[in-house]
Write a protein that binds this ligand. Structure first.
Ligand code: SF4
Length: 412
């Protein structure tokens, strides 16, 4: 994580005269206890920071564990980090002695795959990167484990005690490439099962005037299976502008303009139709509100019903998915005080009115496990329930609720 500045680009390298203290590393995740770790390094260990990113915290933390007159055991380095870090932290590391490791945090919040083919080793967050390189035997690194390569030999070691994992469900729903497999479960099949489940829950009358339209591209698998189950055609009523990036990860200043030019509605497909628009998720609703307006105005659709292959996002993510603050999210404005994850009909009706929809339905929190084919208790569902798998995540959400009208990261 970090600003739009080349100094934040990974990998980071730390130079040193001793070869085991000269290292380079890259990191996927977010340290939820960033503030505490930074304060400790500043006040107790006299480290100095030039950037505002947890990657620099990680660099200093690694440097501290590599101090001393002898190269430390790499498993001990990760074990020590695991005792102080709270959050998601998959790390690839290489030192000037040629020692290398790839580690996955003890909760397995982010995916991590690796492959070995002949003398070639590769690791990546997404299995698709390895399959595209020609790897055929792709393995998942278990949470709390690390692959260590020293003197040309590879071994897998556990650096943290085994505990219940908390895989980020949002990787399947939106973030990962549809061709990836995460912890043994295909992203494509998870999305297709979500569409099927939405079809099972459908309560609208279906007739020959209905069409299913996916929001390209992440909702395509869900839309196709939703349409197949209900026996109605799935059509490309929206064409994606390939030159606009993901609005989800763009700054507020450009997100609205990007959302407006992101899709072109096709009146030849949409005009006069009862449209079931399938969306992977609703975070801030910027893109969806613009789309619905375009489908009605330019596309001339008769009705617009939105079906979302994810439960309502009601809380921020503290583990590296940039959902920003409670105030910026769409759903929290409609959730009752004791909300635990499944919206009431009244809540759905109010949300639909706000978005100018004929109806709105979401996947239920209890559907995530069966759709992803992962035990629901082994998933992080913090952003859809408000209950997080780490102590720091639960502390931060309490602070976020107290500060929800502030701008910026409300939990700091
Ligand atoms: S809070 Fe949501 S987005 Fe963040 S890791 Fe958990 S499931 Fe994923």
């Amino acid at each position: 994580s970090g600003a739009d500045d080349v100094r934040y680009a990974q990998p980071f390298e730390r130079h040193h005269g001793r070869m085991w203290k000269w290292f380079s590393f890259a990191f996927n995740g977010n340290l939820a206890n960033f503030t505490e770790l930074r304060d400790r390094l500043l006040s107790k260990r006299n480290y100095y920071f030039t950037l505002n990113t947890d990657t620099e915290i990680l660099m200093h933390s690694l440097a501290y564990r590599l101090r001393g007159e002898q190269p430390p055991v790499l498993r001990d380095v990760m074990a020590s980090l695991g005792r102080t870090f709270d959050g998601a932290y998959n790390i690839v590391f290489l030192d000037a002695l040629g020692r290398m490791f790839v580690a996955r945090d003890p909760l397995g919040l982010k995916p991590l795959a690796y492959g070995l083919q002949g003398r070639l080793f590769a690791a990546a967050s997404e299995s698709v990167a390895l399959s595209n390189m020609g790897f055929t035997d792709i393995k998942t690194l278990a949470p709390g484990e690390m692959v260590i390569i020293e003197k040309g030999k590879l071994r897998v070691e556990r650096f943290a005690p085994k505990r219940r994992p908390a895989h980020c469900f949002f990787e399947w729903v939106y973030f990962s490439n549809v061709a990836s497999t995460i912890d043994g479960s295909s992203v494509y099949m998870a999305r297709a099962r979500s569409g099927k489940r939405l079809a099972e829950l459908e309560d609208q009358a279906i007739d020959e005037n209905c069409i299913v339209v996916p929001v390209p591209d992440t909702a395509k698998a869900a839309a196709d299976s939703f349409a197949y189950e209900l026996g109605i055609p799935s059509a490309e009523g929206l064409i994606r502008n390939r030159y606009v990036g993901r609005t989800f990860i763009q700054p507020n200043s450009t997100r609205l303009a990007s959302a407006r030019s992101k899709y072109t509605p096709l009146p030849s497909v949409l005009e006069g139709k009862k449209v079931f628009l399938i969306e992977d998720s609703i975070v801030r609703s910027t893109t969806l509100a613009t789309l619905v307006d375009q489908i009605r105005r330019r596309g001339k659709a008769k009705e617009v019903h939105v079906r979302v292959a994810c439960p309502p996002i009601v809380s921020p993510c503290f583990y590296g998915i940039d959902m920003s603050t409670i105030g910026e999210l769409f759903a929290p404005k409609f959730t009752p005080r004791n909300y635990t994850g499944d919206p009431s009909p009244d809540m759905l009706a109010k949300m639909a009115t706000k978005l100018n929809l004929d109806s709105l339905r979401y996947l239920a929190v209890s559907d995530l496990g069966p759709c992803l084919q992962v035990d629901g208790r082994n998933l992080c569902r913090g952003c859809v329930t408000g209950s997080y798998p780490t102590a720091c995540g639960n502390r931060l959400v309490r602070a976020a609720k107290r500060n929800k009208n502030k701008t910026g990261r409300s939990y700091e």
